[in-house]
Design a protein around this ligand. Structure first.
Ligand SMILES: Cc1cc2nc3c(=O)[nH]c(=O)nc-3n(C[C@H](O)[C@H](O)[C@H](O)COP(=O)(O)OP(=O)(O)OC[C@H]3O[C@@H](n4cnc5c(N)ncnc54)[C@H](O)[C@@H]3O)c2cc1C
Length: 404
């Protein structure tokens, strides 16, 4: 990057992506593939792009075209997945994919024509410029702020929190497909399940996961529970290759404006910072892919045009997801902690296409009716009481103890 007196000329970059995480990495991937004439800069405070994550998604969360362009980052794809509850085990014939941050870094940092600045913290983001520590400024006609989740105030969250260990087992673990929920474990701190991704015969990620009312994450305790789970499954851990932890927002109320306050309207945002995530899982990959595809169509691509289109996607996604916020209130407020597993167990008895649409964030009216009717494990009257005047049970907006 050429610098003159701490200021690079207006034409030096067409697009600056602030934060080299998932959302901006996908935007860079699409822009360099489809708009090679644009000069794109990614600025990342960390030592590498993508941090330390495994990002997974169901094959049906994305379009077939997105599934294809994401493929170079995918570390492993499976044709099926399992869930396990006290009452049953079910194999679901829905594909599942995982992207590892190593592959993400490798792919994004070598995109043709991309400029990447690592280890550089941005202190100010403006519609046409960014500023680094020390006051140096760089300008562009499109600046997108993808600096990750902000725990906004004034809205109520539940939390999906987890600690995962990627381990090498001494002998083949025997798992062929991901177990995306093993809820036969002790129910502690809300709804608890273990999530396992078998990368190869002896390598797997095991995550102890909670749908909890509290954001505090006891990393050592959860890591110990992962080891206990592995031992009970007969998997002898030879080494821990990597660990990861997260606290993700489960929205109980609020609107898109919590993430796009009016003073931020002029500034384009992406990813979690733009409120673009599934409100019952906290997952953001499919919406990040949708935004990346939408941006390549914009001409001219400016901060204003990007902001408008991303905000439109956000509004549509928040309005579509009012059902999810209601379900979250059902799970977090109406259901007692000991009933949450029953709610999930019943959900996983529903037809596979409904489950796929649920995770893709696009349930039909009939799906919604099926989720709520039949014989729900929570007495309907109690559920309804919890759904509408839910705020009668005050919940303070909380900030996680261990922000990402
Ligand atoms: C451990 C974990 C696992 C997850 N697994 C999944 C999953 O399987 N599937 C899924 O869909 N979602 C998953 N999520 C949720 C969500 O998709 C991720 O949090 C995702 O990384 C969000 O993407 P993002 O681009 O919004 O933010 P991030 O990926 O968090 O990227 C933000 C980037 O901005 C950088 N940054 C911050 N401040 C500055 C600054 N001042 N200057 C420069 N750079 C800065 C950060 O270092 C970071 O690299 C997971 C989250 C976590 C924490």
């Amino acid at each position: 990057m050429e610098r003159r007196n701490g200021q690079v000329g207006m034409t030096d970059f067409d697009v600056i992506l602030v934060g080299g995480g998932l959302a901006n990495g996908l935007i860079a991937t699409r822009l360099t593939a489809r708009r090679p004439e644009l000069k794109v800069l990614i600025v990342e405070a960390g030592a590498r792009l993508g941090g330390n994550h495994t990002w997974s998604f169901h094959a049906t969360d994305v379009t077939p075209a997105q599934d294809r362009w994401l493929q170079p980052m995918v570390v492993r794809a499976w044709a099926e997945q399992d869930v396990v509850f006290p009452a049953f085990r079910r194999r679901i014939a829905t594909g599942y994919r995982s992207i590892g941050s190593d592959d993400f870094h490798r792919v994004v940092s070598t995109l043709p024509g991309i400029s990447v600045e690592l280890g550089r913290r941005v202190t100010a983001v403006e519609p046409d410029a960014i500023e680094f520590v020390g006051g140096q400024r760089v300008v562009a006609r499109c600046v997108i702020d993808g600096r990750g989740l902000q725990w906004v105030s004034g809205v109520a969250f539940g939390y999906q929190k987890f600690v995962g260990l990627e381990v090498e087992t001494r002998r083949p673990h025997g798992l062929r497909y991901p177990v995306i929920m093993d809820a036969t474990v002790d129910q502690i701190d809300g709804y608890r399940f273990v999530y396992c991704l078998p990368f190869d015969e002896t390598r797997m990620l095991i995550e102890d996961t909670y749908y909890s009312d509290h954001a505090a994450l006891e990393v050592d305790l959860l890591a110990r529970r992962v080891r206990d789970y592995a031992q009970a499954a007969g998997w002898e851990i030879a080494s821990v290759v990597r660990d990861e932890a997260g606290v993700l927002p489960i929205m109980l109320d609020g609107g898109i404006e919590s993430f796009w306050p009016s003073q931020a309207m002029a500034q384009a945002r992406s990813g979690m910072r733009a409120g673009l995530f599934h409100q019952t899982t906290g997952y953001s990959l499919p919406l990040a892919a949708e935004v990346a595809d939408a941006l390549v169509e914009l001409a001219p691509l400016t901060t204003a045009s990007a902001s408008r289109i991303i905000r439109d996607i956000g509004e549509a996604c928040w309005s579509r997801q009012s059902f999810f916020r209601m379900l979250n209130r059902l799970l977090f407020i109406s259901a007692r902690p000991d009933e949450r597993r029953d709610v999930m167990q019943r959900f996983y008895r529903l037809p596979q296409p409904l489950i796929e649409r649920f995770y893709a964030g696009k349930p039909t009216a009939f799906d919604k009716a099926q989720i709520l009717t039949g014989r729900p494990p929570i007495p309907v009257m109690r559920a309804l009481q919890g759904l509408s005047p839910w705020s009668a049970r005050p919940r303070r907006p909380m900030t996680p103890g261990r922000p990402q």
